[in-house]
Design a protein around this ligand. Structure first.
Ligand code: ADP
Ligand code: MG
Ligand code: MG
Length: 858
């Protein structure tokens, strides 16, 4: 019932149902939040009465009374949306205390009573009354200074009383209001504040980053308090039923003795590892192990738990499915299948394909020379190199300017999210494996080291001290989130490899998918990489990239500058053997898997220099007079190159280029055949808009191919097909398919031409389109289903009408995007083609698409 009760509320109820020790309480549903925002921040009739009814039930269960002097019931008022938004929304603890109740409580346990009252005033002032946190913090800091105390633990009962009373006065000065003394008023206002916290800027940012709809709303959990700060036999902790970083099956987490839960996550004191709980609270530790097992058996997944020990008794405060690194996700999924906890299908569905990309994050070279600057906890794996920055705003700014930065903070808070999102990696001086920095980095898949205690950040001077060393803003450091180490300077990284665990998951995925996964690869190196990652062929080999190599470009430029056909033919002749040898290498790398080669696509001016200076340099280099070169550059310039003289339009005017490319392809294939390497080249003509146009160009290509085969008296199979990149081509697909043997939707251009938006210029307005929700997602990274998608569906339908066995795929950015892959599966495509390192992502996505919507056998 997460939609209604929020994740926290639903799981608290579930834990209670499973017979686990949960402090009694009740949940106000998200419907009330929705009502609250639809009705000018007011509640439905009868709401107050209803709350009082449940409050009385809790009183009865606990044998305490809300607002009572002798035996007061205290509450925590906790927010909780459908999906967990760690640290994003607000909670008020110890609610129900006032001057009188605190004084009475203090007669028995003064330190505890005043400490709780201080906490209550602080949180209530912050969350409900909107007093600035830094100002509230000052009071405690000032007293510690006066008394020369370092840790909160060192404060006496009298100290806490002073701090609480001073804080109350300060709140009055800051807000002009009193902390309500009537517990009911406190509760009522706190409920309203939690609802309002749904719309704080940091909650809104988090939702945007995580694509959570704004209209879901939050539930409010009103729960009786248990006290981890009651005495030395009390503690608060957080944990995971398995290691969230590596996936290892072990109870993992940390706790603080004599503390309330907020102290653990705030990272102000570095907590103890949960293994020490075994020594200090052995029976609670055993119970926690038992509870972990019960929770995993019920939820069938790794749980992230919060608990409190009050005077030796264990209480469960929260459970939710835990966030984890991609590595851990894969290991856990595999282990859980082996344990019989979940099926293979569930294992495959459970791994977010997008996170697979983090497997392909580089690591530092083993043999690289490392100077360890500091050590901390390995909070999120991977290697990151960047300039040190201490301010999240500045991190964002520098990254916009093209820098790579590592954000270094004493600790992070939800206000730092934008800077963390921009940084390559995150380093904090304080905090444990479940601190804010650690949780958020793991969710973002960023390398992170926390609790590097030898570091002190001096925000004023914009530098950090590490033992004797001073590291200034802008200095380079390298961060190893896998080992928890920080190194001075820029370390070299090495390319990633597929782990054994991931390989196993991908093998299962291969058994479950219908879509083939090909790769976009232009070089033999990329082709080999693609094979290593499991590509079933090359879906797009862009031949123009072969011309950009340093020693080839001048020859190609000569071809462009040729004054007549004869000169052009001469230059092309020089390029031919180079192209041919490239193709041979690619065919060899692909070991018989299909290779789809796209003939030249970009406009010719892309190969020529632009500025006067560049033209001068080239003129000297290729010995063509400056003026001649300049005139040519000017004559080729286009106002709108995207819609200009490119694609097969080039072949309509200069057929020799495609003829040379065809010759290179066919001769390379023949060469391979001689060496017993099977090749079926597929020659792909870009940018078709009309069947007549395609016919003319395809005819020339076929004639060339046949002529070579005839001369050599040899035979090979080859295909000639086209890219579909224009709306017109989708609409006329039935005609085009009569001539073309295969289609490949070039969705980069198809998106540009359908939306009439240039991808290269979209940066100026696209962010606004996303912000104003005109687009839900960037149409250049996730396929625009309603526009481009429908055109693809039309293209598929009409294409297959005239050619039943028409092979259809998609290449372009979208081929590696999980949601676009899901679309391609449903649209009945044969394959997706994407960049090599996204091939594993696509293999898993294709399996997920088929598992969630198996295609009907016709
Ligand atoms: P978040 O969503 O930020 O995790 P929670 O509602 O879980 O917020 O509250 C934060 C912390 O407050 C918890 O980790 C827990 O330690 C403490 N807390 C919440 N409810 C109670 C309670 N009933 N008794 C004691 N501590 C509580
Ligand atoms: Mg919180
Ligand atoms: Mg919590």
């Amino acid at each position: 019932m997460k939609n209604l009760l929020g994740g926290k509320g639903a799981n608290l109820a579930q834990m209670a149902k499973l017979g686990l020790p949960v402090p009694p309480g009740f949940t106000i549903s998200t419907e009330i939040c929705t009502y609250f925002y639809r009705h000018n921040q007011s509640y439905p009739p009868g709401f107050e009465k209803e709350i009082k009814k449940y409050l009385a039930l809790v009183e009865k269960e606990k044998g305490q009374k809300f607002g009572d002097l002798k035996n007061p019931l205290l509450f925590s008022v906790r927010s909780g949306a459908r999906v967990s938004m760690p640290g994003m929304m607000d909670t008020v603890l110890n609610l129900g205390l006032n001057d009188q109740i605190t004084k009475t409580l203090a007669q028995k346990n003064p330190r505890f009573a005043w400490n709780c009252y201080w906490r209550f005033i602080f949180m209530f002032a912050d969350v409900v009354m909107g007093a600035p946190k830094e100002e509230l913090d000052e009071v405690l800091i000032a007293l510690k200074k006066e008394k020369n105390l370092k840790q909160d633990i060192e404060l006496s009962a009298a100290d806490w009383q002073v701090v609480a009373e001073r804080l109350k006065t300060k709140v009055r000065h800051l807000t002009g209001k009193e902390i309500p003394q009537n517990p009911w008023d406190q509760l009522w206002q706190a409920i309203g504040a939690v609802f309002k916290s749904w719309n704080t800027p940091r909650a809104i940012t988090y939702r945007k980053l995580n694509k959570i709809p704004d209209d879901w709303g939050t539930a409010v959990n009103v729960q009786s308090m248990v006290f981890g700060n009651l005495n030395e036999k009390s503690a608060s902790g957080v944990g995971f039923t398995r290691n969230p970083s590596t996936g290892k099956k072990e109870l993992y987490g940390e706790f603080l003795p004599n503390a309330q839960g907020e102290d653990v996550v705030a990272g102000l004191r570095t907590p103890k590892p949960i293994s020490e709980l075994k020594k200090i609270f052995p029976s609670c530790y055993r119970e926690l192990l038992k509870i972990s097992k019960i929770l995993e058996q019920y939820f069938k997944d790794m749980q992230d738990i919060e608990f409190t020990i009050e005077n030796g008794k264990l209480w469960m405060l929260q459970t939710r499915t835990g966030k984890r690194t991609a590595q851990a996700a894969v290991k856990m999924a595999l282990d859980m299948v082996k344990e019989g906890l979940i099926s293979k299908k569930e294992a495959l569905l459970r791994i977010d394909p997008k996170t697979i990309e983090t497997f392909f994050k580089p690591s530092f070279e083993e043999k690289a020379k490392k100077e360890v600057l500091a050590k901390g906890l390995p909070a999120s794996p991977g290697a990151a190199v960047g300039e040190v920055v201490f301010d999240p705003g500045e991190a964002e700014k520098l990254v916009d300017q093209g820098h790579q930065v590592i954000l270094v903070r004493m600790e992070t808070s939800p206000d730092d999210i934008h800077g963390m999102a921009a940084a390559e990696g995150i380093l904090t001086a304080r905090g444990g494996m479940t601190s804010h920095a650690a949780l958020v980095s793991r969710a973002m898949g960023k390398p992170c080291v926390v609790g590097a205690e030898s570091i002190y950040v001096d925000y004023q001077k914009q530098q950090m001290m590490v033992n004797e060393k001073i590291i200034k803003k802008g200095d380079f450091i390298s961060l190893n989130g896998t080992a928890g180490e920080v190194y001075l300077g820029k370390l070299k990284t090495q390319p990633p490899q597929i782990s054994k665990d991931l390989n196993q998951i991908l093998k299962w995925a291969d058994q479950k998918r219908k879509l083939k996964v090909l790769a976009n690869a232009d070089t033999p190196l990329q082709a080999r990489q693609a094979r290593d990652f499991g590509a079933q062929g090359i879906g797009l080999c862009r031949t123009e990239h072969m011309f950009f190599a340093e020693e080839r470009l001048p020859i190609f430029q000569k071809m462009i500058l040729a004054k007549d056909q004869k000169e052009r033919a001469l230059a092309l002749k020089k390029i031919l053997p180079l192209q041919k040898s490239d193709f041979i290498e690619i065919f060899k790398a692909m070991e018989g898997w299909p290779v789809i080669i796209r003939l030249l696509d970009p406009p010719l001016h892309e190969f020529l220099p632009k500025t006067e200076k560049e033209i001068k340099e080239l003129s000297a280099k290729i010995k063509v007079p400056f003026l001649k070169l300049k005139t040519k550059v000017e004559s080729l310039a286009e106002l709108n190159p995207m819609l200009g003289h490119r694609g097969l339009r080039l072949a309509i005017t200069f057929p020799e280029i495609y003829e040379m490319q065809t010759q290179a392809i066919i001769e390379a294939a023949l060469d391979c055949k001689k060496r017993k390497i099977k090749v079926i080249p597929e020659i792909m003509i870009p940018l078709t808009l009309d069947v007549e146009e395609f016919k003319i160009v395809a005819q020339k290509v076929r004639e060339k191919a046949e002529q070579i085969l005839k001369n050599k008296k040899l035979k090979i199979d080859y295909k000639i097909g086209t890219m579909i990149e224009l709306p017109r081509a989708c609409l006329l697909a039935d005609q085009i398919a009569r001539e073309a043997e295969f289609f490949s939707f070039g969705t980069n251009d198809l998106t540009q031409t359908t939306l009439g938006i240039s991808r290269d210029d979209a940066g100026r307005f696209l962010p606004q389109y996303l912000e104003k929700k005109i687009f839900k997602e960037d149409p250049f990274s996730s396929l625009d289903r309603s526009g481009v998608g429908e055109l693809i569906e039309i293209g598929v339908k009409r294409g297959k009408k005239s050619r039943k066995d028409l092979e259809i795929g998609i290449c372009g950015e979208h081929g590696g995007d999980p949601s676009s892959i899901d679309f391609c599966h449903r649209a009945g495509l044969d394959y997706v083609s994407c960049s090599p390192f996204r091939v594993p992502v696509a293999r898993l996505s294709a399996a997920q698409a088929n598992l969630t919507s198996p295609l009907r056998k016709n």
